[in-house]
Design a protein around this ligand. Structure first.
Ligand code: PLP
Ligand code: ZN
Length: 413
């Protein structure tokens, strides 16, 4: 592919030519980054051309994507998620602008569709017959959703703790679902072994070099939605660290082709006991295993598979990391819903919980334009949502019962 120069190990810098079956660095086992020929790409993409393109999905950035053409893309609308501005909330929290990017709007209702779409097209371009992957739930439900109409078998490994809504998605779309009696980390290792043993294409986060390329499309969209004005800070939930490294890649690519003149600071948002990236960033940069225990299943990770890239993104962007408790995450589901009309899953609103903490720690300024990524839809995990609200009222179906109830409760908010 002309637009790609080579793939480069994020750790040791070893360079590789793109080829079927290439995943990680054979020297140090680290994740690879796609290095583009920006001069070539500049000739294919321009702000004016984008303005004339009225299809607002990830494929509008095709010159910046590691795919040959659009002949293999799934039929559903991926990306192009809304970026909402809330001036009243910006005022409340003392920042200049506060934006929410609602990625729960994607076909399988999470940010993962951006990654899954690129991995899928890559697999189809390589004429793969079977695609497999391990997931805490969302990467898998995305893969199942996007492969549904394609002639490729989909095999999913999930921990038995995955929320039931995500399991339902997997089964509905017709994937082969293998539940592993263990953690996400166990499912991950088994899926890699399976790929090697049976020759299946693997889309695992932090292993497949193209998921990051899909995830970066969120930054391209934010930039375009803000008319190429770069925000000061972008708050990103972190599990494996692939979204944040993808978000960073997106800004760097835009800088590389001359669309923007500065880069934002990234803020990594983690759950308290699933905070390996924060710990590494705040100390010597080395990832060490943590318990990974959190109610936010999508960011419940012991050893982040793309942790090193995440730490690098935080460092290069001169950003910082924030950790929040499960209680703060649960409260945020309710608060975000009531302040913005966006219903996020626990991991999805971790950005908001971390933003509030950043405000209280005085880590944001009144001059800041801030974007919070809401990475997944709340309907994916209603058990968690129900934990932060009460039960509905239950009455007999008559006016007398209703009047009795109204006397007891205050209906004025
Ligand atoms: C996967 C996921 C994340 C975290 O992304 P990583 O690349 O694992 O850091 C955050 N939120 C949701 C909803 C997710 O599905
Ligand atoms: Zn290497």
């Amino acid at each position: 592919m002309k637009k790609i120069k080579y793939l480069k190990c994020i750790n040791c810098g070893k360079e590789f030519q793109q080829q079927k079956g290439l995943y990680i660095c054979d020297e140090c086992n680290n994740n690879l980054e796609v290095i583009y020929d920006y001069d070539f790409i500049k000739k294919k993409i321009s702000k004016e051309k984008l303005k004339k393109n009225n299809k607002f999905d990830i494929w509008r950035y095709e010159p910046l994507l590691p795919i040959q053409d659009l002949s293999n893309i799934p039929p559903v609308h991926i990306g192009g998620s809304p970026l909402y501005s809330f001036p009243n909330l910006a005022k409340e929290f003392g920042v200049k602008n506060l934006y929410f990017k609602d990625d729960g709007k994607n076909p399988s209702a999470s940010f993962k569709d951006r990654a899954g779409a690129i991995a899928l097209v890559n697999a189809l371009e390589n004429k793969e017959k079977v695609i497999c992957g391990a997931s805490t739930g969302n990467a898998a439900s995305s893969m199942a959703c996007l492969t549904a109409t394609k002639n490729i078998k989909t095999i999913i490994f999930v921990p038995k703790t995955a929320p039931i809504a995500k399991i339902a998605q997997l089964l509905i779309f017709g994937a082969i679902v293998i539940m592993v009696k263990g953690t996400y980390d166990d499912a991950f290792d088994l899926s890699i072994e399976a790929s090697k043993e049976f020759g299946w294409y693997n889309r695992n986060t932090g292993y497949n070099p193209f998921t990051r390329e899909g995830k970066k499309t969120c930054s391209l969209e934010i930039a375009e939605q803000l008319n190429w004005e770069v925000p000061d800070k972008v708050f990103v939930p972190i599990g494996d660290g692939n979204i944040i490294s993808g978000i960073w890649k997106g800004w760097k690519d835009l800088y590389g082709i001359g669309f923007i003149k500065k880069l934002p600071q990234l803020v990594g948002c983690q759950a308290k006991f699933s905070n390996a990236v924060k710990k590494a960033f705040d100390s010597d940069g080395k990832i060490r295993a943590v318990s990974g225990k959190t109610i936010a299943d999508s960011i419940s990770v012991s050893v982040p598979r793309d942790g090193q890239a995440a730490v690098k993104a935080l460092k290069e962007s001169k950003g910082f990391a924030i950790e929040v408790s499960d209680k703060e995450i649960l409260d945020s589901i309710k608060e975000v819903a009531r302040k913005t009309s966006i219903f996020g899953e626990p991991a999805g609103v971790t950005s908001y919980a971390a933003f509030k903490k950043a405000v209280s720690l005085k880590k944001v300024s009144e001059k800041d334009n801030i974007v919070l990524l809401i990475t997944g839809n709340g309907l994916k995990d209603i058990n968690s949502a129900m934990k932060c609200v009460g039960q509905p009222f239950l009455i007999d179906p008559n006016l007398k019962a209703l009047k009795g109830l109204i006397k007891k409760i205050s209906i004025d908010k």
